[in-house]
Structures are given as structure tokens and as C-alpha cells.
Design a protein around this ligand. Structure first.
Ligand code: ZN
Ligand code: ZN
Length: 283
């Protein structure tokens, strides 16, 4: 059983420059090797793009790489679902990551089209380009103010872009159940990431119903009381208790290998893989 503060050579949660980390996949694996990690999972947000580079670096630096992903999904609010041992080339998973990548841009274009119908034409492309991959309603509001359609952000949201306003288009969301399903379809296991951040205890039964395999009990944001609570929930619902550093940058006090797990937990996680899944390479 993994303990909260001990450092184990298996770290199941980290990010590279392919999402919001500051180390390239190669630099991340080099850092993992330097810290004595033996097995790591690269779990970039909504992408598996860093996995080939991480694997190549793993072979070079003697670190086993688990194919991972951290999917942003929705269960009344945003929730993160970790997928382990997924096939990064699985068409269903690739379609989901592509949808996640382009969803915000599609929404921005749809909102601008509605504004055009309302007599306030706006070209969405410069707004999307300026937002550098993360376009949202505030960017459109700023463009509307610049175009003279409104005087303030407040006015834009009150009249046009608020949640039930005429020019708002809801963002397309991946449900938590869909996230779990696509992870399973890609041969992986699904783990609820950092359930203590925004406390997802109440949603655990629904997620278990949807096929959840594990709870990320050990995480830098979890205090001892949360760890105890989620351990109890994991036992109650027969979930694997995982952990990871959620490493993003070397300057952070949390290093690769912190909040890691032991080999027995890794084996338990491997056991949860769908029975028709291909053997997990590298483990
Ligand atoms: Zn997360
Ligand atoms: Zn993360």
C-alpha cells in the first residue's frame, strides 16, 4: 500500500509542454530518470501527442512509460478523468481529443455567427488567433466592445453572451461517462483525478456506475483527512487507489516521484484493463 509521503518509483500523473507543463516530453523523462523514477505515466490534458517522444526518451534513459491522458469532462461541473494504458492511436480516443482541441474554436465561430444575425458582425478568426488556443466568451466580449457594440463586459454578458442570452452557444462537453467509455474502448483504465480538489465524493457512486476503475487518492492537493476519506471510498466501491505528483514544472516543490505508488498498486491497476485489451507495452 502506498503511503502519503513516501516516494515510490512509480509516478502516474505528470504533464509536458504538449499540455500545460514546462518540460518537453524528453526533458520530463530525463528528469524522471534523475529523480529515480522507474515507471511514469505521461498524462497530458486531452492529448496523447507527447507519448511517442516520451517513449523514445524512456528507452534512452531507462524509464518505462505508461500511455496516459487526463481528459477534461463534465459531471455538472468540470471533472478530470485519467486514462492509463490507452492505445493513443485508437480512433475513438483520437476523435475525442480532436473534438476537445477544436471545440472552443467551433463555439467562438458559432457565437460570432449569431452576433452577425443580430446585426453585430464580428470576424472570429482574429479573435481565435489572439486567444492562442484558449478562446472563450471574454475574448469575444472584448472584440464587441472594441467594435463599439457595447460599452462594458457586464453589458455584453447581460444582453448577449450570458448563459441564457441570445448569442450564447453552450460549449460542447464530454460527459464523464463518455470519458470513461472512450478510455475503456481504447484499452485503458479510468481513474478519477484529484477527487479532493472541488470534492467529488458525492459524484463517486455515479462515476462507479459509469465504470470508474480507480481513485487518485494520493495527490499534492490532498490533505491527510482527504486521503483517509478517499481511501475509505475506494475500499467501499472496490476502486484501485492510485497516486501521482501532477508534476508541471521543475520549480515546484512537488517533484516527480512524490505521491507515487508501489508495484502492487500498479499491478492492481493493470488487472483492471478491459479483458480484450492488447498487452500494455513497457510494463
Ligand atoms: Zn487535473
Ligand atoms: Zn494533471
Amino acid at each position: 500500500m502506498a503511503s502519503r509521503t513516501a516516494r515510490y518509483p512509480v509516478d502516474l500523473h505528470m504533464h509536458s509542454t504538449m499540455s500545460d507543463g514546462t518540460l518537453s516530453p524528453t526533458a520530463l523523462v530525463r528528469e524522471a530518470a534523475r529523480r529515480g523514477a522507474r515507471v511514469i505515466a505521461l498524462t497530458d490534458h486531452d492529448t496523447t501527442a507527447g507519448l511517442p517522444e516520451a517513449r523514445a526518451a524512456g528507452a534512452r534513459f531507462g524509464v518505462s512509460i505508461l500511455d496516459g491522458i487526463e481528459l477534461s469532462a463534465w459531471i455538472g461541473r468540470e471533472v478530470h478523468i485519467l486514462g492509463y494504458f490507452v492505445d493513443p492511436t485508437h480512433p475513438g480516443l483520437m476523435a475525442v481529443t480532436e473534438r476537445q482541441r477544436t471545440g472552443r474554436e467551433r463555439r467562438a465561430r458559432a457565437i460570432c455567427a449569431r452576433l452577425g444575425e443580430l446585426g453585430m458582425p464580428l470576424d472570429p478568426e482574429p479573435i481565435i488567433a489572439a486567444a492562442e488556443g484558449n478562446v472563450g466568451r471574454p475574448h469575444i466580449a472584448a472584440a464587441m466592445i472594441a467594435a463599439g457594440y457595447a460599452r462594458s463586459n457586464q453589458e455584453v454578458f447581460d444582453k448577449w453572451l450570458g448563459n441564457s442570452s441570445p448569442a450564447n452557444v453552450p460549449i460542447e462537453r464530454l460527459s464523464a461517462a463518455e470519458a470513461i467509455d472512450v478510455i475503456h474502448a481504447a484499452g485503458g483504465v479510468a481513474v478519477l483525478a484529484h477527487p479532493g480538489v472541488d470534492d467529488f465524493s458525492a459524484e463517486v457512486p455515479t462515476l462507479v456506475e459509469a465504470g470508474l476503475d480507480g481513485l487518485e487518492v494520493l495527490h499534492p492537493a490532498h490533505g491527510n483527512d482527504m486521503v483517509d476519506r478517499f481511501r475509505a471510498l475506494a475500499r467501499q466501491y472496490d476502486l484501485v487507489q492510485t497516486g501521482g505528483s501532477d508534476f508541471h514544472r521543475p520549480e515546484s516543490p512537488v517533484k516527480i516521484g512524490h505521491f507515487g505508488i508501489d508495484d502492487a498498486t500498479l499491478a492492481a491497476l493493470l488487472d483492471r484493463r478491459p479483458c480484450d485489451a492488447a498487452p500494455a507495452p513497457g510494463v
